[in-house]
Design a protein around this ligand. Structure first.
Ligand code: LLP
Length: 421
């Protein structure tokens, strides 16, 4: 579900003509819909309304401050994986007591930040991290609320590069070691054991692997409680998939919620969820302008002004994004296949192969749909290209929520050593 539709032949975000934004801001750029963000946050919250549940939006999906503030106003907490994401969430108005801190490589400084801010939970991913967190907490005279992230050895996820819950993945504590680590955590000063955490991957449309992982996690929680650990929370991570193309039918938030309720049964725990893509994915598009057509013996390239540095997902995961022209095609026009490529000097700088498009001329603009999650956050300045700007629409209003940097801003952190100046 999203709020990007044609009105009078022009693609709009809510009530704003995307061509108007592209004229004002230039291309390439990202545009996000407030209505879609709100709707998705509320669909999830409503699906879990009858149980004690913290929706900790996964900041890595889209960490723009205005996006975070929009979700904070809907009551979302945050799942963060760095001190930077934690500060973004807090700056955007998400209370620390609604923040969970995940990730395999937390530094002492990041742990101290989380402790001083009083975050809800540290999701600890190894014995060594647990010992370090204990030391940092004791040093500060504080106690760290801890869940151990377990690796349930269940494969899931749309692409091998985004599967995280299988033996051999770097994430979580190996299943066989979990109970020993809880025993150790129970002895350590500065550690308050309160939860169990699991996250098996991303873009998961089928609930079966999730159910298998969650059943194992709930069984473990019951065993830990029997052993005397006061486990009052289970964090089921994120991972629910979204439709990227016509015909995609991932499980709905309602089905997901029904499955979670069934799996936890009467276990008295707070449920924590870390949805990212399902909230932000379909709430954003990337807009680009066609520069040239280049015929080759076996195909026609359509060269656009966005590159893989602006939207990495096709290059990284062979991901599909639907493409729509900002001006609705003439009903009688005939589609032709194009390889849509960017200006970057890499062969993986390809957004789509043999994609059927209506006639496109230089200067025409295209929208890559479902680019709201893992889009702008993954962008870089490779090839000395400025970071792509971001715009947030709300009804008939829009605002630039990250502007394009100037050349001076892009180079201001660099310095000449004495011997060159
Ligand atoms: N929690 C943890 C611990 C995670 O590692 C992730 C995503 C999430 C929550 C949120 O998952 P979501 O609900 O968005 O599926 N860049 C890739 C996706 C990487 C996901 C990384 N972890 C892509 O563009 O497909």
């Amino acid at each position: 579900m999203h709020h990007f539709d044609y009105k009078a032949g022009r693609l709009h975000c809510e009530d704003v003509d995307l061509g108007e934004i592209a004229d004002a801001v230039g291309t390439p750029l990202y545009v996000y819909s407030t209505a879609t963000l709100r709707r998705h946050a509320n669909v999830i919250a409503n699906a879990f309304a009858d149980i004690d549940c913290l929706i900790a939006y996964s900041v890595k999906a889209n960490g723009n401050l205005a996006v975070l503030a929009t979700l904070a106003a809907e009551g979302c907490g945050a799942d963060v994986v760095s001190g930077g994401e934690m500060m973004r969430a807090i700056k955007a108005g998400i209370p620390p007591e609604r923040i969970v801190f995940s990730g395999v490589g937390k530094t002492r400084a990041e742990m101290a930040l989380g402790l001083e801010q009083g975050i809800h939970q540290f999701n600890v991913e190894s014995g060594a991290e647990l010992e370090t967190l204990s030391e940092v907490a004791v040093g500060l005279g504080l106690k760290a609320p801890v869940a151990v992230r377990v690796n349930p050895d269940v494969a899931a996820g749309g692409h091998p590069n985004i599967s995280t819950g299988k033996q051999g993945d770097k994430f979580g504590v190996p299943w066989q070691e979990a109970e020993n680590l809880y025993a150790r955590a129970g002895e350590l000063d500065g550690i308050h054991v309160c939860g169990v955490d699991v996250h098996i991957g991303s873009q998961i449309g089928d609930l079966d692997p999730m159910r298998r992982a969650f059943v194992k996690t709930v069984d473990l929680t019951r065993r830990l409680r029997d052993q005397g650990h006061k486990i009052s929370r289970i964090d089921f991570g994120g991972g629910l998939g979204i439709p990227y193309a016509a015909g995609d039918a991932p499980a709905s938030p309602a089905d997901y919620a029904a499955m979670v309720r069934e799996v936890i049964g009467d276990l008295p725990v707070q449920v924590i969820l870390e949805p990212g893509r399902v909230i932000a994915g379909n709430a954003g598009v990337m807009i680009t302008e066609a520069l040239y057509q280049k015929p080759a013996p076996d195909r026609t390239f359509l060269i656009v002004d966005a590159g893989m540095n602006d939207l990495m997902r096709p290059a990284l995961y062979a991901a599909h994004h639907d493409v729509l022209p900002l001006s609705a095609p003439d009903e009688n026009s005939r589609n032709a296949p194009f390889d849509i490529v960017g200006p970057i000097c890499e062969s993986t700088d390809k957004f789509a192969a043999k994609r059927d498009l209506p006639p496109i001329s230089p200067g025409d603009r295209l929208a890559f749909l479902s680019a709201g999650a893992y889009g702008a956050v993954l962008s870089s300045q490779y090839n000395a290209r400025p970071l792509v700007p971001e715009v947030l629409v709300d009804g008939e209003n829009y605002a630039i929520v990250r502007r394009r940097p100037s050349f001076e801003e892009m180079t201001q952190l660099e310095a000449m050593p004495d011997w060159l100046s």
